[in-house]
Design a protein around this ligand. Structure first.
Ligand SMILES: [Zn+2]
Length: 69
């Protein structure tokens, strides 16, 4: 007969919403910032002079379907 017994499995502790909300807001802001740089950072509306940012995110721009050239 087997002597192996199953150990009780520790369940993961739930994360309260009040601790999760600031990270969700931060992640949302980072996503909005990335979306701005991919979708709108070019030409007269650009915040950073030159086309370095546009060229850096150019493939992502086409991948997401933003009009480019
Ligand atoms: Zn392009």
């Amino acid at each position: 007969m087997s002597e192996i017994a199953l150990k009780p499995v520790a369940l993961p502790a739930p994360i309260p919403v009040r601790e999760l909300l600031p990270w969700a807001v931060f992640g949302g802001l980072m996503l909005m910032l990335a979306l701005y740089f991919i979708g709108a950072e070019e030409g007269a509306a650009s915040l950073i002079h030159g086309s370095y940012v546009h060229e850096f995110v150019h493939d992502g721009r086409h991948l997401l379907g933003f009009p480019c050239h």
